[in-house]
Design a binder for this molecule. Structure first.
Ligand SMILES: Nc1nc2c(c(=O)[nH]1)N[C@H]1C(S)=C(S)[C@@H](COP(=O)(O)OP(=O)(O)OC[C@H]3O[C@@H](n4cnc5c(N)ncnc54)[C@H](O)[C@@H]3O)O[C@H]1N2
Ligand code: MOO
Length: 398
């Protein structure tokens, strides 16, 4: 059986990037920027007033000076006049600063009488002026390729005059659960049917990482149903199957895929949960066959499908699993030949040590402990029995 690291590398090896598309600002939140974007215009585009008041020449802005109001220029309606000696122009927050003026006296520091204004305080050059390009200049790189766009990035792009943004195309991932016993959550018959948890869990996992995840109709445990399901696939960047991956008589996913033209990369890995993982390509489309046990599907989703998704999105993918150090919160037994991923809760003691405590039961059908875990303890094949307090490596669960 292949080891986990080799399997991961072989899945990532030949994955193409799925390219980019252009979306409107309103559709860009959460997307990954595909190219650096530059400001189309400076912000502010011209010198503007930061306050309601009067544009004056700083040379005139002495306490007690009396100035003549020669114009009024609301925001968006710049004055064509030039402020000369002894003159001022009435301005408002956001108004363009007129020629000749080099400071803004705020309204509270003036007394107005008809067309005359008396300054009650001295002002200085540049006061209350937002200079052109103070925030950013035309052509400045506002956002870098590879960043995930949030609300503040959208605001910055909008301020730079961008209407459309180049983003990484969301990979279309088909999720095909299989099994005669699999029901939609909430279906009432048959009473011994198993609700399809794995498809919804994987769709959520991949969706929150930027995939366009499509839950396909469940295929039945027979070659005809599976063949039809594979034949109906169109325009997917990746297919993820769930179940029917093992060695039983009704585990027909791999043989049926092979009949449809699958080029198998590998099948079966030294991992618990996740042993019957399969990787291949069908007419060029990457296919990952996950085990049906939902915990195995999720752990394989984290360890293999997410990095594959990131690769499809052109995002950097670390060569190795990004584990972190912790201390065992309970004794663990000797491990066999499979790399183990144990569901665990985390807590930090008074001295700041992080402990990962594995659940006692680790069956790969048990979703309750999966949902209530914060991490997976990763144990190497053939690791010896270890006592609580021993250093270990953990993978944080999303
Ligand atoms: N003789 C052997 N038997 C098994 C082996 C083996 O090496 N030799 N491997 C075991 C391991 S490890 C795993 S994992 C499972 C994987 O089996 P399959 O991928 O064939 O999965 P199924 O048999 O279809 O289902 C297993 C289990 O999971 C439930 N299931 C399936 N799909 C879903 C779903 N979408 N949502 C929720 N639950 C699902 C299904 O009802 C079964 O209970 O094989 C072992 N056997
Ligand atoms: O992959 Mo299986 O879940 O080890 O039982």
């Amino acid at each position: 059986m292949l080891d986990v690291a080799t399997a991961r590398a072989r899945i990532l090896e030949n994955l193409p990037s799925c390219g980019q598309e252009t979306v409107a600002l309103t559709a860009a939140c959460g997307r990954i920027l595909a190219q650096d974007v530059q400001a189309r215009r400076a912000n502010p585009p011209v010198h503007v007033s930061a306050m309601d008041g009067y544009a004056v020449r700083a040379a005139d802005a002495q306490q007690g000076a009396i100035l003549r109001v020669i114009d009024e220029a609301p925001a968006g309606r710049p004055s064509s006049r030039t402020v000369g000696a002894g003159e001022c122009i009435r301005l408002f927050t956001g108004s363009q600063v007129p020629n000749g003026a080099d400071c803004i006296v705020i309204q509270e520091n003036t007394e107005r009488a008809g067309a005359q204004v008396t300054l009650t305080r001295t002002a200085s050059v540049g006061q209350n002026i937002r200079t052109q390009g103070q925030d950013f200049a035309q052509g400045d790189v506002l956002l870098r390729a590879g960043s995930r766009l949030g609300a503040r990035d959208i605001g910055l792009a909008a301020a730079g005059g961008l209407v459309w943004l180049p983003v990484v195309r969301r990979p279309r991932v088909g999720i095909l659960a299989t099994g005669d016993e699999i029901l939609l959550p909430g279906d009432t018959a048959p009473p011994d049917g198993i609700f399809n948890s794995a498809s919804f869990m994987l769709a959520a996992l991949l969706g929150q990482e930027g995939a366009e995840a499509h839950i396909l109709p469940v295929a039945r445990d027979n070659a005809a149903s599976l063949s039809a399901a594979f034949a109906h696939i169109r325009d997917l960047d990746m297919l993820v199957t769930i179940g029917g991956a093992s060695v039983g008589t009704y585990d027909l996913v791999r043989p049926t895929l092979e009949k449809a033209g699958l080029i198998q990369n590998f099948w079966k890995i030294a991992m618990r949960p996740g042993k019957p993982l399969m990787s291949g390509t069908l007419n060029g489309m990457p296919v990952l066959g996950l085990p049906g046990n939902p915990v195995a599907a999720l752990v394989c989703g984290m360890v293999f499908v997410l990095p594959a998704l990131h690769k499809l999105m052109g995002r950097p993918v670390a060569d190795t699993l990004q584990t972190q150090p912790a201390l065992l919160g309970a004794d663990v037994e000797e491990n066999d030949e499979r790399q183990d991923f144990l569901r665990a809760t985390l807590h930090t003691d008074d001295e700041g040590h992080l402990f990962a405590t594995p659940f006692g039961l680790q069956g790969s059908g048990q979703l309750n402990s999966l949902a209530h875990s914060q991490a997976l303890i990763v144990r190497a094949p053939h690791a010896s029995a270890q006592k609580a307090g021993t250093p270990c490596r953990i993978l944080l669960l999303p």
